[in-house]
Design a protein around this ligand. Structure first.
Ligand code: GCV
Length: 707
């Protein structure tokens, strides 16, 4: 993996090709090459964290045959630089205790043994061994036993059949439906390999806003082709389904889940799917949410709908992931609605159903408290859904390392069974013997050469996989691994990059929505700030003012006992802690309280001053990231260096935009000066209010705010 001695032919050819076109550009490239020690090769990021150069001579023995074992064997033969390896597929006390995805690795002076009772376990052990080698761990005396925390570790693609990606910022959908099943892009295999290398074992191929068409025989043949590629990498295919498919696709007069014909239709459809894909994983369902059809359209319940699908899938071992992302406009606080709608059905779902719950009670905001549903259900399996794609975190223009956000949720104590009932424990420990344990991340992957748009967005894909395997890992440990695998830097530079990553999520919170503010996003695309947004006739719960409630008294959503009483959905001591303005953690203050502008914060400042300081802190953080990144220039190839540099510039500009927009807008209510020691606004409120970013929701705006 030492790239520094490799001359990148592709890059040089590109440079030579430029001569005719632009001498100036070649000059710049040469300058950058010189700066980089002449041989740091350019990279397009397509190899992501699997950048090992083949050595091609390791001795690997495996007495069993399977497509998965043969991948493991090839990976080691090509990339392992140590003593001979034996791959042992065997069932003994140790391997059985680790399960078919788990593995044991032992090494001594004679060589290495990777054992598992499942072929997937051997593959995961293989990638782990290579990861240890590439992160510089001494592999001569290993004694490792690993098993994943969650049984299902899934990516959710929000990919549409026309190849747009809802909230995708890295090009188009990877799935080229027009070419499939005849043509299978080599990227499908590369994608599967990257997933397997971090332990991801399932993918939901299509958007939860699902087209009924995905279940047509024509598409099932295409999906089969993908499943055939993914299978040997241990990846199961799942589909999002539209609840009204029996009517919309099957031509039935209803999609009522208690109707016999409808039930028959789903059973037949499921049988057909399994004929195409014998190891099909199951369905993900968004029902009665944001206008999508669901069982409530027929006077039935979520349990009726989920159980009908579960019954059809059960004979084949398939599962249903039923989303709890439900809310309706009305008097009730949006943050309370999922809990209210689902709690009455605790215990009413079939055993092969799991309720998929977003990390926070509203919608993937830069910071939310954990969803109270995690600590609530006692007889129903619940799984976390995280968003890897950065819908609310600056798309792929902003550097935001999200392991910190997910860890905050996983480590949060729900107090369901007393202290220590973390979200991680509540979701990774089966509630009953057959209960499903699962975790999902909304993918940030597209056709961009580097898969994710921002080079650092790859770290979020990587981190999701690593946390799904082992949620006890720290954000820092995962960042360190990723940096080592992704770049070739001296330790000091690695440290700087790690600092950027670990501070990045908090920086985004500070310049977008500090102190518990949420959903101040621009209408529709959710890229920039629009705290003023007011669209005539639009749903009030889609307006920022619904969430910030700024007035001349103060700002924030009162969810205390005297407000919407959302605090009651949390177990003690959280309920009491959140209920009081004095004890509520300040990072969630405006989530739970409507706080007077003059309220004294722990720092001794007033709320208004604190808000100003927080916004400013966010901006200063990103400016510091720019400086730190420039310092690592000698250690990063020119292509990725410049890409990150360019995006950081956008991020700084956007951070200032966020700060100016929010402070100038809220200042109208606070009627107080921005503390004079802080930088003055660079924009006028009126200009910002007039400005409309012209993007559709699946594109990444090229350069953020400019008029
Ligand atoms: C797939 C938010 C997003 C939608 C998304 C929805 C969901 O509302 O803005 O794009 O739809 O969440 O998670 O279902």
């Amino acid at each position: 993996m030492n790239q520094t001695s490799v001359v990148n032919i592709k890059f040089l050819c590109k440079a030579v090709g430029c001569i005719g076109a632009s001498v100036k550009r070649v000059g710049l490239i040469c300058f950058l090459l010189l700066c980089n020690g002449a041989y740091v090769c350019a990279e397009d990021g397509s190899r992501a964290w699997l950048r090992i150069d083949s050595v091609g001579k390791a001795e690997v023995t495996c007495h069993r045959k399977s497509a998965t074992l043969s991948i493991a064997r090839t990976e080691l033969t090509k990339f392992w630089k140590g003593k001979p390896v034996v791959l042992q597929l065997l069932s003994n006390k140790v391997t059985r205790s680790l399960g078919s995805d788990g593995y044991a690795i032992f090494s001594d002076e004679k060589g290495v043994k990777i054992s598992s009772c499942g072929v997937r376990g051997i593959l995961y052990g293989t990638y782990h061994l290579l990861r240890l080698q590439e992160t510089g761990i001494d592999c001569s005396a290993l004694s490792i036993k690993e098993k994943p925390a969650y049984q299902y570790r899934l990516l959710n693609h929000w990919d549409n059949l026309d190849r747009t990606v809802e909230r995708g910022y890295a090009g188009r959908s990877l799935w080229n439906w027009d070419e499939l099943p005849e043509v299978c892009s080599p990227r499908y295999q590369a994608y599967a390999r990257l997933n397997a290398s971090v332990g991801i074992n399932g993918v939901v191929l299509n958007n939860v806003n699902a087209s009924p068409q995905i279940l047509s025989s024509e598409y099932l043949a295409k999906i089969k082709a993908l499943a055939d590629v993914f299978r040997s990498y241990g990846i199961q295919v799942f589909l999002s389904v539209n609840f009204s498919s029996p009517a919309a696709l099957g031509g039935l007069s209803t999609s009522d889940p208690l109707d016999e014909e409808v039930r028959r239709w789903w059973k037949d459809k499921v049988q057909e799917i399994y004929r195409f894909i014998p190891d099909f994983g199951g369905f993900l369902v968004k029902a009665n949410s944001e206008g999508l059809p669901g069982p409530q359209d027929f006077g039935r319940t979520h349990a009726d709908g989920a159980n009908m699908l579960a019954d059809a899938l059960e004979p084949f071992g398939g599962i249903v992931m039923w989303r709890a992302f439900v809310y309706n406009p009305g008097d009730e606080d949006r943050a309370k609605q999922a809990y209210q709608e689902f709690m009455p059905f605790d215990g009413a779902f079939r055993k092969n159903v799991v309720i998929q719950v977003k990390n926070g009670p509203v919608d993937f905001q830069p910071r939310e408290p954990f969803s109270p549903l995690f600590g609530a259900m006692r007889q129903t399996a619940v799984m976390p859904e995280f968003q890897i794609t950065q819908e609310y975190l600056g798309f792929s223009n902003h550097l935001a390392y999200l392991a910190s956000l997910w860890k905050e949720c996983l480590d949060a104590d729900t107090y369901r069974d007393g202290k220590g009932s973390t979200v991680m424990r509540m979701t990774a420990t089966p509630l009953f013997p057959e209960a499903i344990t699962a975790i999902a991340g909304v993918a940030n992957i597209g056709t961009d050469a580097n898969w994710c748009g921002h080079p650092f967005a790859q770290a979020n894909w990587y981190a999701f996989g690593r946390l799904a395997w082992n949620p006890h890992l720290t954000s820092g440990e995962i960042a360190e691994e990723w940096i080592r695998l992704t770049f070739d830097m001296p330790q000091e530079a690695e440290q700087s990059v790690k600092e950027i990553m670990l501070e990045s999520r908090e920086a985004v919170v500070s310049y977008m929505m500090p102190l518990g503010l949420h959903h101040l996003f621009a209408w529709g695309h959710h890229y920039g700030p629009e705290p003023w947004c007011a669209i005539l006739g639009a749903r009030p719960d889609w307006m920022p003012s619904y969430y910030h409630k700024a007035d001349t008294f103060g700002i924030g959503f009162d969810r205390s006992r005297t407000g919407s009483n959302a605090v009651m959905q949390y177990h003690e001591p959280l309920c009491t802690l959140y209920n009081s303005m004095d004890s509520c953690p300040e990072e969630l203050l405006l989530w739970f309280h409507h706080v007077p502008w003059q309220h004294k914060m722990r720092s001794g400042r007033t709320l208004w001053e604190e808000l100003c300081y927080k916004y400013d802190e966010g901006v200063q953080h990103v400016k510091a990231f720019q400086r730190k990144w420039d310092e690592v220039l000698p250690h990063v190839d020119a292509e990725r260096f410049r890409d990150v540099q360019k995006r950081l510039k956008i991020q700084v500009r956007d951070a200032v935009w966020w700060k100016d927009a929010c402070l100038l807008y809220f200042q109208q209510y606070a009627r107080l000066p921005i503390p004079y020691e802080l930088e003055r606004p660079q924009h006028n409120l009126e200009d910002m209010m007039d400005f409309k970013l012209n993007i559709t929701n699946f594109e990444c705006p090229p350069y953020g705010f400019s008029r």
